[in-house]
Ligand binder design. Structure first.
Ligand code: AHR
Length: 540
C-alpha cells in the first residue's frame, strides 16, 4: 500500500505513505442492523445464574428482588436488547413448572450439568450441583424488565411434551384473568401477560437436546410448533440449527420442512447457529478436551489461531444462508447465532463452582469485536445473536463472585459497538496488508484490518479491528457520498496480549480516547496493534 497514490471522490487523494485505507460507501446501504444481534445468553450452569445474576433477596449484595443491581446497571449502559434463557443444554432438562409459584415451595432438582466432566472436581470437593429453582420464569422476566431487554425462552423438546410447551406459552402470554395459569401468574404479582415473542424450540437437538437426526428433529419441530397459542402475539419460533457449520443438518431439516408435506407456519423465522472457537490445536486433534487452548497462557501463534477460529463465523453465515435459501426461497427464516465465543480449557474460573468460567483477555475482546462486525456486515441474514454467556462463563462480559464484580474487556466492546444497534449498515472497503507469521514452520496470514460501518441520521459509526500484534496501522479513511464535519475516536488496546481485568485490577483493560485528524476530506488515524477502535463521524 505504501507509495500508492489513488484519487477518488473528486478532490480527495489518498496519502502516499498510509499503511491502510478504509472507504465507507454511504450510497451502498446493506440493511438495518437488528439491535437483537447485541443480545446475551444466560444458562443455569455454574455461576451464571446463581452467584452471577441472582444473589437472593436477603443478600447483603445490592439487589433488586434478588437480582444483582450492579449487573443490571451495567447491562443498561450497553442496551442489551434480548436475553436468552434458561439454556443451552440445561433447557432440554428443565421443567418450567418447577420455577413458578411460592419460592420456598419450589422443588430442588439435579442440575443438567451435574454429569458434565467439569463438574467432577466439584464432587471431589464434596459439593453437589442442585437446582434450587429460586430463579424461574417470573424472576427471569423481572431481570429482563429491569435491564429493558426482551425475553428469549428456550423450550424443552427432549424431556417435556409438546403440551408442556403450549402451557409455558400460556403461562407467559395468556391475558390477565383468562386461564388458570394466568391466575397463577397473577398470584406471583404478574396479572398482565409477559408477552414473550421469542421461543427457541429445543437446543442443540443434534446433541444434548435429544440426539435427534435432522429428520426426527423436523418431525418433532412440526409437532411442537403447530397450533401453539399465540394470544395475538407475533411469535418468533427459532429452530435448533447445526453444530458449527454442519451443512448436512440444515439441508436435511429444511428438506423435511419445505418439501412434500410443507410446513407453513409463518412464526418459524429463526434458525439457530452455535459457533465456539474451541479447537485451537491447529488441526492436530479433534478431542474435545485436548483441542482446547488456555485463556491466559498463549503465544502469538495462539493469538492468531483464536482469531482465525472466531472469524470462521463469516463462512458459516454464508454457507448456512445459501443452504436455507435452496428451500426457503424467500428467506423468511433468518439466522440466530445464539451461542458464540472462545471456549478454553478449565483453570481460569474465579471460583470452583463456576463451570465453564474463564478469564477474558484483550484477545477475546478482539474475537468478540470481529464477530459483531461480521453480524453488522450481514444485516439481512443475521437477525439475532446472543453471546455465550453473560457472566461467569465462556465469553463473559462480567465476572462476579459474592460481593466482587467486574466488567471484562468484552463489556467494553459491547459498549463501543452499541451505537450500531438499529443503524443502517454500509458497505465498507478495507485495504490493508495481511499480518504474516509462522504457524508450525509454515508461513501463515490473517487479514490486516477489518470492521463494519453503520449510519444513523448524520452520524456514521465505524468499528475496526487491528489483529496484528506489532504493527500500528497508519490509516486513512474516506466517506464516499458526504462530507465530514468532525470525528472522534475510542480505542480498546493493550501492549500486553494477555491483559485482562481482575478483582484486584478491575480497570487493567479500559477504552481510551483515540486521536484522529481530519485533512483534505479524509480521516487520518493511527490504529494501535491488538486493538478495537471506534470512530464517530459526524456528517455535514
Ligand atoms: O454454553 C455452554 C453450552 O454450550 C450450552 O449449554 C450448549 O448449548 C453448548 O454446547
Amino acid at each position: 500500500m505504501a507509495g500508492a497514490m489513488l484519487a477518488f471522490s473528486g478532490a480527495k487523494v489518498w496519502a502516499k505513505d498510509a499503511d491502510a485505507r478504509i472507504e465507507v460507501l454511504l450510497d451502498e446501504p446493506l440493511g438495518e442492523i437488528s439491535p437483537n444481534i447485541y443480545g446475551q445468553f444466560t444458562e443455569h450452569i455454574g455461576g451464571v445464574i446463581y452467584d452471577g445474576v441472582w444473589v437472593g433477596e436477603g443478600s447483603k449484595i445490592p439487589n433488586d428482588h434478588g437480582i444483582r443491581s450492579q449487573l443490571v446497571a451495567m447491562m443498561k449502559q450497553i442496551h442489551v436488547p434480548v436475553i436468552r434463557w434458561p439454556g443451552g443444554c440445561f433447557a432440554d432438562s428443565y421443567d418450567w413448572k418447577d420455577g413458578i409459584g411460592e419460592p420456598s415451595k419450589r422443588p430442588r432438582r439435579t442440575n443438567f450439568w451435574e454429569v458434565d466432566r467439569d463438574a467432577v472436581r466439584l464432587h471431589e470437593k464434596g459439593l453437589q450441583i442442585f437446582e434450587s429453582n429460586a430463579f424461574g420464569t417470573n424472576e427471569f422476566v423481572r431481570f429482563c424488565r429491569l435491564t429493558e431487554a426482551q425475553p428469549y425462552l428456550a423450550a424443552n423438546l427432549r424431556s417435556l411434551s409438546a403440551l408442556d410447551f403450549d402451557r409455558w406459552v400460556e403461562y407467559c402470554n395468556s391475558p390477565a384473568g383468562s386461564t388458570t395459569l394466568a391466575e397463577l401468574r397473577a398470584n406471583a404479582g404478574y396479572p398482565e401477560p409477559f408477552n414473550v415473542r421469542y421461543w427457541g424450540v429445543g437446543n442443540e437437538s443434534w446433541g444434548c437436546g435429544g440426539n435427534f437426526t435432522p429428520e426426527q428433529y423436523a418431525s418433532e419441530f412440526r409437532r411442537y410448533t403447530d397450533w401453539i397459542p399465540s394470544y395475538g402475539i407475533d411469535l418468533q419460533l427459532i429452530g435448533s440449527g447445526p453444530n458449527g457449520n454442519d451443512i448436512d443438518w440444515t439441508h436435511r431439516f429444511f428438506e423435511q420442512i419445505y418439501s412434500g408435506h410443507t410446513y407453513n407456519n409463518p412464526s418459524f423465522t429463526g434458525w439457530s447457529v452455535h459457533h465456539y472457537a474451541s479447537n485451537l490445536s491447529r488441526g492436530k486433534t479433534t478431542d474435545w478436551i485436548a483441542a482446547k487452548g488456555d485463556a491466559l497462557q498463549f503465544d502469538s501463534v495462539d493469538w492468531y489461531e483464536l482469531l482465525r477460529e472466531c472469524n470462521r463465523i463469516e463462512q458459516i453465515i454464508q454457507d448456512q444462508w445459501s443452504v436455507m435459501g435452496q428451500y426457503d426461497t424467500h428467506h423468511r427464516v433468518k439466522l440466530v447465532v445464539d451461542e458464540y465465543g472462545p471456549w478454553y480449557r478449565e483453570g481460569t474460573e474465579l471460583d470452583p463452582t463456576h463451570i465453564f468460567g474463564q478469564q477474558v483477555t484483550v484477545r477475546d475482546a478482539l474475537a468478540t469485536a470481529l464477530t459483531l462486525d461480521t453480524f453488522n456486515r450481514n444485516p439481512e441474514k443475521v437477525r439475532m445473536a446472543t453471546c455465550a454467556q453473560l457472566i461467569n462463563n465462556l465469553n463473559a462480559l462480567f465476572l462476579a463472585h459474592e460481593e466482587h464484580f467486574i466488567a471484562t474487556p468484552n463489556f467494553h466492546v459491547f459498549a463501543m459497538y452499541a451505537a450500531h444497534q438499529g443503524g443502517q449498515a454500509l458497505r465498507t472497503e478495507f485495504s490493508a496488508p495481511d499480518v504474516q507469521y509462522t504457524r508450525d514452520d509454515k508461513p501463515a496470514r490473517f487479514w490486516g484490518l477489518n470492521g463494519s460501518a453503520s449510519r444513523k441520521g448524520e452520524i456514521v459509526t465505524l468499528t475496526i479491528v487491528n489483529p496484528g500484534l506489532s504493527r500500528t496501522m497508519e490509516t486513512q479513511i474516506a466517506l464516499r457520498g458526504s462530507t465530514i464535519a468532525r470525528v472522534s475516536g475510542t480505542v480498546l488496546a493493550s501492549s500486553d496480549m494477555h491483559a485482562h481485568n481482575s478483582f484486584d485490577q478491575p480497570n487493567a483493560v479500559m477504552p481510551a480516547t483515540l486521536p484522529v485528524a481530519l485533512g483534505g476530506g479524509l480521516i487520518n488515524v493511527s490504529i494501535p496493534p491488538a486493538s478495537v477502535a471506534r470512530l464517530d463521524v459526524f456528517l455535514g
